[in-house]
Design a protein around this ligand. Structure first.
Ligand SMILES: CC(C)(COP(=O)(O)OP(=O)(O)OC[C@H]1O[C@@H](n2cnc3c(N)ncnc32)[C@H](O)[C@@H]1OP(=O)(O)O)[C@@H](O)C(=O)NCCC(=O)NCCS
Length: 166
């Protein structure tokens, strides 16, 4: 009997790595005003994006860069933070991921925007070296635009890093 050829995947759709997380805000997450600490939300964002990056790449992935964060409205004790991470673009070994955080009040059913963040993760192999990732499937106008915009932001980031080095 012939050995089966391993399946070679040339690209992967964005839908396969979308990651949702729901966090109930407890007193230990909150500041003296009763709202979630910014650092706690950042930790949840990092975790949600890391799962998305690892789901897409099939590798461990480390945070390389976090874009500016703007906290729009607080989420208070007894309310819920809803996070959704989606892959915006892939490069050689790195991936750009967006995480959108919303607040939710379970009594009133109201939802509101809390934070939007973009992060870059680098896939690493068993020797902790950057390793190539499967490209994002450019199977819709939305993903083609998101890949092109991600490439422009990547160039700007690398230029900035180069300028600060010199
Ligand atoms: C991220 C890291 C693996 C990159 O290692 P490196 O030796 O610079 O590797 P390379 O120069 O080969 O770059 C690898 C990729 O990282 C990207 N990268 C490196 N630094 C970056 C930065 N500051 N912002 C965005 N991307 C970055 C490169 O563009 C490259 O992407 P590409 O292959 O898609 O073009 C390394 O800097 C690291 O381990 N940093 C610490 C990560 C960490 O501890 N995170 C927190 C805990 S998870």
């Amino acid at each position: 009997m012939q050995a089966e050829e391993p399946t070679v995947i040339s690209s992967k759709p964005q839908s396969e790595s979308i990651t949702d997380m729901t966090e109930y805000v407890l007193p230990q997450h909150a500041n003296a005003l009763g709202g979630v600490f910014g650092g706690q939300i950042m930790a949840w964002i990092d975790l949600c994006a890391a799962i998305c990056a690892q789901r897409h790449s099939g590798h461990m992935a480390v945070t390389a860069f976090v874009d500016d964060l703007k906290f729009e409205q607080p989420v208070k004790i007894g309310e819920v933070a809803r996070l959704r991470a989606r892959l915006l673009a892939t490069f050689r070994t790195s991936m750009e991921i967006e995480v959108v955080v919303e607040g939710e009040n379970l009594k009133t059913q109201r939802r509101w925007p809390c934070v939007r963040a973009r992060l870059v993760f680098v896939a690493i192999d068993d020797d902790a070296k950057p390793t190539a990732v499967i490209p994002l499937a450019l199977d819709s106008e939305e993903t083609r635009i998101s890949q092109a915009e991600g490439e422009a932001r990547r160039r700007a980031r690398l230029d900035r890093a180069e300028t600060t080095r010199t």
